[in-house]
Design a protein around this ligand. Structure first.
Ligand code: SAM
Length: 103
């Protein structure tokens, strides 16, 4: 479970750590696959799937938790790598990223 002092902690009582879920997703799927979680809770699986370039689908019965999921997903960027098709585009992305990080 995520510790109360962790930055990623939400109101959900049994939230899993993102890094742990990422290990499972990497081990059991490929980029572009669909990851399904029938018991989303705070949405950790959806968030990790999005970060790892997977599509995601899930269910959550409690509206309070649905709001948390919505907000977490909104704060999670789609990695640009998802749209990279070849080496030339990869180089362009590196240039843009370094320009942005250098200000
Ligand atoms: C153990 S928690 C999941 C925690 C999640 N792995 C996380 O990291 O936040 C299980 C969730 O399933 C939801 N749930 C229980 N029964 C459900 C049902 N029939 N359909 C959809 N969601 C359900 C609960 O509201 C609860 O938030």
């Amino acid at each position: 479970m995520v510790k109360n002092v962790s930055k990623e902690k939400t109101e959900h009582v049994c939230q899993l750590p993102e890094k742990l879920v990422e290990i499972f997703i990497r081990a059991s799927s490929n980029k572009g696959d669909l990851v399904f979680d029938p018991f989303l809770g705070s949405g950790t699986v959806a968030v990790a799937a999005k970060k790892l370039n997977r599509d995601h689908l899930g269910c959550e019965i409690d509206k309070k938790y649905c709001k948390i999921i919505e907000s977490r997903l909104k704060d999670t960027m789609f990695p640009l790598e998802r749209f990279i098709k070849n080496n030339s585009e990869q180089k362009q992305l590196l240039k843009i990223t370094s320009a942005l990080t250098q200000g």
